[in-house]
Design a protein around this ligand. Sequence first.
Ligand code: S3P
Length: 735
Amino acid sequence: MKPSRIAIVGLGLIGGSLARALKDACSGVHIGAADHNEIALRLALRQKVIDRAGNVAEICLDADLVIIAAPPLAAPALLRELESCLAPGAVVTDVASAKEHLLGTLAALPCGFRARVVPGHPLAGSESSGYEASKADLFRDRNVVLTPLNDTDPAAIAMVHNLWRMLGANVLAMSAARHDRILALTSHLPHLLAFAVADLLARREPAPDANHYAASGFADFTRLAASDPKLWSEIFRANAPAAVAALDAFVEDLTQIRNEISQNDFPALGERLVRSRMAREDFELARGGAARSHSAREQCFTVRPGGTISGRIRVPGDKSISHRAVILGSIAKGVTRVGGFLEGEDALNTLAAFRELGVTIAGPENGDLKIYGAGASGLQAPRRPLYMGNSGTAMRLLAGVLAGQDFAGELVGDDSLSGRPMKRIVEPLSAMGAHIHAGPDGCPPVRIDRGRLRGIDYVMPVASAQVKSCLLLAGLHADGVTTIREPAPCRDHTERMLRGFGVVLESSAEHGTVSIRGGQELRANAIEVPGDISSAAFFMVAAAITPGAELTLEQVGVNPTRTGVINILRQMGADIRRSNERESGGEPVADLHLRYRPLHGVDIDRDQVALAIDEFPALLIAAACAEGETRVRGAEELRVKESDRIDAMAQGLSVLGIENETWSDGIRVCGGELGGGVIDSRGDHRIAMAFAVAALRCRDALTIRDCANVATSFPGFAALARQSGLDITEVNANP
Ligand code: S3P
């Protein structure tokens, strides 16, 4: 519901800017305001920024939305006051920069009222304050964080989300505790330091001419000390526990820096400064939304030869399932909880895309997400192209979602994704009636205009789960039945998850068909994402090629449409056992135990290709360490992944001195002695990780170039690899 009568309590910078922005964005909205500052109220009335001024009770009585824009310590008392004067069904939100301090007050309020309070915080402050500094575009392109409680009414959340969206802001959500922890570091600590440094100069060098020696560095650093001292002492008080924790960490770092300088440890200081500058560059890149491919530096792995593999490890959540959890949770009705979500760049881009489509998503926090589903037709038109990063899955599945909407959208990606084929979805979606266009070469960007879809019966020319899933998602919005026929089995996560969300599908494993009737509503579900077998594959191969290795991989997804890697490694002689087999959220999961046993080359069955499609980089390393030859045919799809994986692997294996031969649809690898050298991963995460593992059997060290994209699927890969026994270092190099 869109609020038509809005009360703003506190008409300072934020409250005044809200009133101005609301007047610009929603015609006919009635705004009442309360503030101790009579002059501000009068000015706002004269400027027609507000329609009415009064006390809190007067302006809130008939409001359908109340925004508390007063300083943070005023919020608890205001909430208590509102409880007695609020209209039934009205929603309350606030803008305070500290959120946990409200929890005690909220807990003491009756649950019916509490459910309608949506705590929020626009990250849009400025060192100017007061109504005079307010401006209508203060929130445009800024982030707003909502910190709903477990029992906050989703409809209230949606109202507040839409309000901020209307004002041009991007809406994020997280727990109050995480908000306060992060804001203590990103905002409260910098403000404190600016105040402290400005004060220090004034006290230590009181002579007025000292200021002449303080140039732009001092001015930049202390800019925040021009902020309102009264407001900021309230913020530090409201967020005292997190501010103290941030200060403690900072004091510890400062003490180390002091020691590095006093003890002449300038190499350590130098390293610290390099690290800091890189962190700052990353921050600027992320803030500018720049694709990492434009980064000024390159990430490499250096891996020393040898090492052992042992222990028990758990790889991050499955990428395919993480994408699907966000997609289905977003279009379902109700609140979907996800555990084990992969916090890698690809899945995070999907999550950001659905936020842009108007869905409130809290998290991820330690792999947990809470998705406030928009329902079948609740998505909103994106205000900018949706950035899918490196992910073909995200682009192709989102095309299916967007095709049936009554708004237009555009999907874009990084350099690698911008060269990948999209005709495979453009053609069948067009046959369904979608208005969809890729670039002239059939590659992204993909533009989708509103269209009406009808079901089709489609024979997929390639066994692609992305195409199948795209069409199933489009089929949800189509008239009639959409049937997809796959030439060979490919991953069925979409089908399993759709069923978990209450969608009826008809499928026949024997005929390789699946059908969906349009118009079905998804009901929210709980999803536990298993470990990604594609990430586990690097460690499976590591253990399979390293004499003496003994490794357990916990809670790996072992969906039979993904276990080609296990089948192929076993065929090569690997010792892999499963235990603790169970089902979690509709997906089979098991612990995998690996023990080294010498491998031998094999001819890989064509029917295993789709079941191991992402694991070939790792499998070809196993082949290089096996006795004899390994051949794979029928794998032309490897040429259109994040890189041409046949070519990238052949070239890398040749650098290591491994004989190989390529065909358009496959490769032959002769096992042998691995040397060392410099490998170009071509920015492909799986090529980079596969060669990192190869170092276990190399004679000489390996440098693997262009590895930053490992973060798309396997954040923390190098650390986990080190923990398991690889001697791997991440190096940031300037090109
Ligand atoms: C995926 C399907 C596969 C796979 C990709 C993830 C998915 O692609 O290679 O990494 O999540 O559906 P294709 O559908 O192109 O085979």
